[in-house]
Unconditional design. Structure first.
Length: 297
């Protein structure tokens, strides 16, 4: 069985074709048009090219930076704003003459890592993307759990737990609220905090170098970050108690997270004990597109 996954991003559209075993048979990426109909054209052309080359018809799954509303059937909350307000799955289905499954890109990340990635074989997986923003998805028995409102995993827009006086009312989030978890533990939030104390790095990679070099400001910022991440994940563990937490996005490449975080988590998890594995992803930037293909697992 051939499975095609599409990662619809703000700057590029990527396609991957996987066989039954998860082996990659085809991959290509093209720039993302900033208009809806042209985006449909680009996806249709990629699917046709892959199927022509592989001489097989495939299932099609698409990961987007938003969700399809279960009530209106229209895309909402996508930062690729030109797809908001359209029935993306229906329109693509008509063009490709088959059902097309569309899911949030963080959900695609979670299912990818749960099926044949870093959390393969685990029953309940919480997958987090720590990049410009902070998104998360839940995979249960290799299937996405999206929830009644299709927002399961969006804990990044809850308030940061156990805020200090200095943290309270200190940040504004694009969602309209203040002090969301995302504003503290995303890559953007980490660099913002570092700059507030005089740090010079502008990317997560640059910050990681500063930490590795032993810079005092970077080390202090990293300690605050680990504490905030631990507080945020303690809420997930207290509520869901997943078998494994997988980190993705640029910040996930900071190796010290995986030694420091387990030491801090028990401070905030109910009962003072926590052995929940927190691991780095296996497929990196490819997890999203692979997860879109696995929507038909």
């Amino acid at each position: 069985m051939l499975r095609i996954g599409i990662d619809l991003g703000g700057t590029k559209i990527e396609i991957v074709a996987l066989n039954q075993q998860g082996d990659e048979l085809f991959r290509k990426r093209v720039p993302t048009p900033k208009q809806y109909e042209q985006t449909l054209d680009a996806i249709e052309a990629l699917v046709c090219e892959a199927e022509d080359k592989l001489a097989q018809k495939a299932t099609v799954g698409v990961g987007i930076p938003g969700v399809v509303s279960p009530y209106s059937g229209l895309v909402k909350n996508a930062n690729s704003t030109w797809i908001n307000g359209y029935p993306l799955d229906i329109d693509l289905g008509k063009r490709l003459k088959r059902e097309v499954r569309v899911a949030n890109d963080a959900n695609c990340f979670a299912i990818s890592e749960a099926i044949d990635g870093a959390a393969a074989g685990e029953m309940i997986v919480f997958g987090i993307i720590l990049g410009t923003g902070c998104g998360a998805g839940i995979a249960i028995n290799g299937q996405i759990h999206s929830g009644k409102n299709r927002i399961a995993g969006e804990w990044g827009h809850n308030p940061l737990p156990w805020m200090s006086k200095e943290e309270t009312h200190s940040t504004e989030c694009f969602c309209g609220n203040k002090d969301c978890i995302e504003t503290f533990i995303s890559g953007t939030g980490l660099i913002r905090d570092y700059k507030l104390v005089g740090g010079k790095a502008t990317t997560g990679e640059e910050f990681a170098i500063k930490v590795a070099e032993g810079e005092v400001l970077a080390g202090q910022t990293f300690d605050r970050y680990i504490d905030r991440l631990a507080r945020s994940l303690a809420h997930v563990i207290n509520t869901l108690d997943p078998d494994m937490i997988v980190l993705g996005g640029g910040i996930s490449s900071i190796g010290d997270i995986y030694t420091q975080l387990p030491r801090v988590l028990p401070r905030y998890v109910l009962g003072g004990e926590c052995r929940t594995p927190v691991v780095q992803n296996m497929y990196g930037a490819s997890s999203g597109v692979r997860g879109a293909a696995w929507l038909w697992s």
